[in-house]
Design a protein around this ligand. Structure first.
Ligand code: UT7
Length: 337
């Protein structure tokens, strides 16, 4: 019988310290009104100085593994999605592996930003379906707060991002009844590097000349994210709708068949536009941006866990997910929870 993958455990973690929009008013020349109206964000969680991306990931991963009824040593692959790694190299997946105390397994780091979790889910699904791996930990985790310009100069980007982690365990399964049994049905992954510099961090980088990092780059702010917000916005709406329709069409799924939409959370207005374009009732979209901001690769598993805790996502439900981010990258997936 054909092997499929399913989501067998879910976990999440956000650092305890909350920064409201009013807290940000004191740091950068911004207002609660501007942030809420333009993005929907009310607050975000930011780490303390001693916490790193793999620390957040560890907490989320431990929960996901326990939720799957497994022990750490049952995990045979880690796929770690982040744009804010603990160090340049090795990948943060290796630091997480060490913290989980599991040896001799496969570890990937994925660098697909806001789309990273769906790329990871798709990769894990393919490895499991091939029969080579049984229980894959897919993690999205970010510490944005240490890499943001928290002065008025950085306000256009820095108000948007929060720290957090989400994790799922994906396990091998067989499917008797496609309309009931938990499994990943499809995923579609896309990228267009001609837009790479519309949302990026230039430095450190060896494409910049003789140095990867120097004082001139710091003076020019090249070590902070730069974004052309309007371009990103327009492409996000178009591409998320497009890829979602592709996944639905492949599976013969109609929008009205989907029980819950787990979209990336970059801007409440992006998700409302996607809902408008595809005629999705707003109450079927589970939004978390209000309390977390944009947590990039962590967003979708973090939202999944919150939806489960809120009783909005139950086993057997049909879930559709889509994301868009830096690269540009975008992706969608459909699964039965
Ligand atoms: O996860 C994927 C990555 N990110 C995204 O998908 C984000 C996509 N883009 C967006 O969500 C929106 O473009 C933003 C929320 C980033 C910005 O919204 P906007 O409506 O495109 O605003 P804008 O950048 O055109 O700025 C409008 C005004 C400007 O002032 P002037 O020139 O009109 O006087 C900005 O200087 O708002 C000003 N502004 C701010 N004011 C207060 C920009 N940032 C702030 C701020 N607080 N934080």
């Amino acid at each position: 019988m054909k092997i499929h993958s399913r989501i067998s455990g879910v976990g999440s973690f956000v650092p305890p310290k909350v920064y409201t929009n009013h807290d940000l008013e004191k740091m950068m020349d911004t207002t609660d009104e501007w942030i809420v109206q333009r993005t929907g964000i009310e607050q975000r969680h930011w780490v303390d100085e001693n916490t790193s991306t793999s620390d957040l990931a560890l907490e989320a991963s431990k929960q996901a593994i326990a939720d799957a009824g497994l022990a750490n040593e049952d995990i045979d692959m880690i796929v770690f999605a982040t744009l804010s790694p603990d160090h340049d190299f090795p990948g943060t997946g290796c630091f997480l592996q060490e913290k989980l105390g599991v040896s001799d397994i496969s570890v990937f780091d994925i660098r697909q930003q806001c789309t990273g979790f769906l790329y990871g889910l798709s990769l894990a699904d393919k490895f499991i379906s091939s029969g080579s791996h049984k229980n894959v930990l897919v993690v999205g985790a970010e510490v944005h707060s240490k890499g943001l310009d928290k002065t008025p100069r950085g306000r256009a980007v820095s108000v948007l991002f929060g720290d957090g982690a989400g994790a799922v365990v994906m396990s091998a399964t067989t499917v008797d009844d496609k309309s009931k049994d938990s499994h990943i049905m499809t995923s579609n992954l896309h990228a267009d590097g001609s837009f790479a510099k519309e949302l990026w961090v230039a430095a450190p980088g060896n494409a910049l000349g003789p140095d990867r990092m120097n004082q001139a780059m710091i003076d020019e702010n090249l070590h902070f994210p730069q974004m052309n917000g309007k371009t990103v916005f327009v492409h996000a709406v178009k591409r998320m709708a497009e890829t979602l329709m592709k996944s639905c069409a492949e599976q013969g799924v109609k929008i009205e068949d989907v029980d819950l939409f787990l979209f990336h959370q970059a801007n409440l207005r992006i998700n409302s536009k996607v809902a408008e374009v595809l005629n999705i009732p707003e109450e079927k979209i589970f939004n978390t941006i209000q309390k977390y901001g944009n947590t990039t690769a962590a967003t979708i598993p973090l939202g999944m866990h919150d939806a489960i805790k809120a009783g909005k996502l139950k086993p057997g439900m049909l879930v559709a997910s889509a994301a868009f981010g830096s690269g540009f990258t975008w992706a969608s997936a459909i699964w039965r929870q």
